[in-house]
Design a protein around this ligand. Structure first.
Ligand SMILES: CSCCC(=O)C(=O)O
Ligand SMILES: [Fe+2]
Length: 189
C-alpha cells in the first residue's frame, strides 16, 4: 500500500547522522522508486497493533510467525551504544528485515542502484520490509527514541554481514532480482 512515508537522497556530510541530511535543494524519492529497489511499505494504525486485521493479513500472507518488540532506549537495551553503532554500520542480511514502527521515529538508509544513500524516515504506523541482500543501516533521528516490532519467518536470525559482501548468496540474488549496477552491469552486450 502506498504511504506518506518520506524518503530522500542524502548529502555527503558525515557529521551527526541523526540529523536529516537532505541535499540542497532537497531531492525526495518516490515510493515507486523504493519498490523498484525491493523495499515494501505499509501504513497501519500503531494503536491497535495487538489486534489489527491488516497486520495479521500481512503476517499470514508472508509467513511472519515470529514477532518481538524492540524499545530502543538506553535503559531497556543491553549494550545500547554498541548496538546503535552496529545498526549504523552498512550491512546486509540473508533474509528480509521487517520493522514496524509503533512509537517514535528513525532513519533507515538504503543504497540505490547507483550506490547512492537514500534515507527513509520511519514514524509510528510505518511498516517497512527491506529485501535480503540490500545494503542498509539504521539510526535514531533527533527524537532519540523508537519502538519497533520485528517480524520474521521462523526462528529469527539477526546476523549482519558488513559491506563488502558481493559474494554473499543473498547479495547475488538481490542484484539479479533488482538489477543493481554495482559490480554487475546488467546491460545486454
Ligand atoms: C533497529 S532495527 C534496524 C537495524 C538493522 O538494520 C538491523 O537490526 O539489522
Ligand atoms: Fe539490518
Amino acid at each position: 500500500m502506498a504511504t506518506d512515508l518520506q524518503a530522500w537522497f542524502m548529502d555527503d556530510v558525515h557529521e551527526n547522522p541523526q540529523l536529516p541530511h537532505h541535499c540542497n535543494p532537497p531531492h525526495f524519492v518516490s515510493s515507486d522508486y523504493l519498490s523498484e529497489l525491493g523495499v515494501l511499505q505499509w501504513k497501519l494504525n500503531p494503536e491497535k497493533y495487538q489486534d489489527d486485521q491488516e497486520l495479521e493479513k500481512i503476517r499470514n500472507v508472508r509467513g511472519y510467525n515470529y514477532m518481538d518488540l524492540l524499545d530502543l532506549c538506553p535503559e531497556k537495551v543491553e549494550n545500547y551504544e554498541q548496538k546503535l553503532k552496529n545498526f549504523y554500520t552498512e550491512h546486509i542480511h540473508a533474509d528480509e528485515e521487517i520493522r514496524y514502527c509503533l512509537e517514535g521515529s528513525g532513519y533507515f538508509d538504503i543504497r540505490d542502484k547507483d550506490d547512492r544513500w537514500i534515507r527513509i524516515w520511519i514514524k509510528a504506523g510505518d511498516l517497512i520490509i527491506l529485501p535480503a541482500g540490500i545494503y542498509h543501516r539504521f539510526t535514531l533521528d533527533t527524537s532519540n527514541y523508537i519502538k519497533l516490532m520485528r517480524l520474521f519467518v521462523g526462528e529469527p536470525v539477526w546476523t549482519a554481514f558488513n559491506r563488502p559482501q558481493e559474494e554473499h548468496p543473498a547479495r547475488k540474488s538481490y542484484k539479479i532480482n533488482f538489477g543493481q549496477k554495482i559490480g554487475m552491469p546488467l546491460e545486454a552486450h
